[in-house]
Design a protein. Structure first.
Length: 336
């Protein structure tokens, strides 16, 4: 400093970080994190009896597929080189035990079957393994006499659903219901039925998040109330590490943190500890916020989408489930 006089600039800075930001080639050369389409999973919805894809108002750009349009989307996922699709079924009839998840001609099992026949082993066919789309009360499990979600009765149904989904052709099952013990019973049921090669992507660290809002419209959810007795409290960190340990002990092949963007600290913690691949789910509300802001011209859509997915990878996720997967891959192919 030179009080009262000219500001003096140091000319002998020992290091200038800007040197590695000078040109696109230099920035690309030193870039630490990359996203490849094969690391992305596209979640898709298929509606029983639909002849046409139906737009989901709160998720502009996402639809409830007909069987035909679902198969086209899966074929496009192959062409774009995505890692896979995660299929959610939207049935027309619901009941207290969500029996539509078990029937081989139920919407989800039919979709798994038809999509697998379409894509073979070219992408991963993943199944959401949860009762909430199939129950008339909208909870992820069956209810006991007091109206509480009955953990152990639900496990029996998950075990049966797992075998049905594997038979239908799923490569990967994604139990998303947050019942205690779900990974273990699913693994055991799969193995007993001879499906030792079907893997389990455990929704290990799933928070009771407000950002699931648009998903409820996407699956015509009938839920009243919330899922706070089974999904995690957004305030908790240590509990996530416990959930991770349990799912690993029960045989999880991959683990997931969900949602992603408000939970990047947990993605990092899980990634640092996990011996298996870590996934993060950029959920419906995260998608819709970006879409809404971009539609208003408030943010640059492509830049915001790419940055959001990159940041999830930088936090430690090996793979990302995102409704932007196909968009991302199209941009990626333009540039590569
Ligand atoms: C439960 C399930 C949900 C999502 C995926 N699986 C909803 C919930 O837990 O309430 C949300 C996905 C999203 O918001 O994009 N089967």
């Amino acid at each position: 400093m030179n009080p009262g006089g000219e500001i003096t600039h140091p000319r002998n800075l020992p290091y200038r970080p800007r040197r590695l930001r000078t040109t696109p080639v230099m920035r690309s050369h030193v870039r630490e994190t990359r996203v490849h389409p094969s690391q992305l999973i596209l979640p898709v919805f298929v509606r029983e009896g639909a002849r046409q894809p139906r737009p989901i108002t709160s998720m502009p750009g996402v639809v409830q597929h007909s069987m035909e349009s679902l198969k086209e989307a899966a074929q496009e996922a192959v062409e774009l080189g995505l890692g896979g699709v995660m299929i959610f079924g939207v049935p027309t009839t619901l009941d207290a035990t969500g029996s539509g998840i078990l029937a081989q001609d139920g919407i989800l099992n039919r979709a798994l079957n038809e999509v697998r026949a379409e894509v073979g082993d070219d992408i991963l066919v993943m199944a959401d393994l949860c009762l909430d789309e199939f129950t008339d009360h909208g909870h992820c499990g069956v209810l006991d006499a007091q109206g509480r979600v009955d953990n152990d009765a639900t496990l029996d149904l998950y075990a049966q659903a797992a075998v049905a989904q594997a038979q239908a052709g799923a490569h990967v099952l994604g139990p998303s219901g947050m019942m205690d013990g779900q990974v273990g019973v699913i693994r055991q049921a799969l193995d007993e039925a001879g499906h030792t090669d079907v893997s389990v992507l455990a929704y290990s660290v799933k928070y009771a998040s407000a950002f699931y809002g648009p998903f409820r419209e996407a699956v015509d959810s009938t839920l009243t109330g919330d899922r706070k007795t089974y999904q995690m409290d957004p305030a908790n960190r240590r509990e996530a590490l416990r959930e991770l340990q349990l799912d690993l002990a029960e045989g999880a092949d991959m683990v997931m943190v969900k949602p992603a963007m408000s939970y990047l600290d947990m993605v990092r913690e899980v990634a640092d500890l996990s011996p298996v691949p870590v996934s993060a789910y950029q959920i419906s509300g995260e998608y819709s916020m970006i879409q809404a802001a971009a539609a208003n011209g408030w943010i640059d859509r492509r830049a915001a989408v790419e940055e959001s997915i990159l940041s999830i990878r930088r936090a430690g996720a090996d793979t990302v489930l995102t409704y932007f997967a196909a968009d991302f891959a199209r941009w990626w192919h333009q540039d590569n």
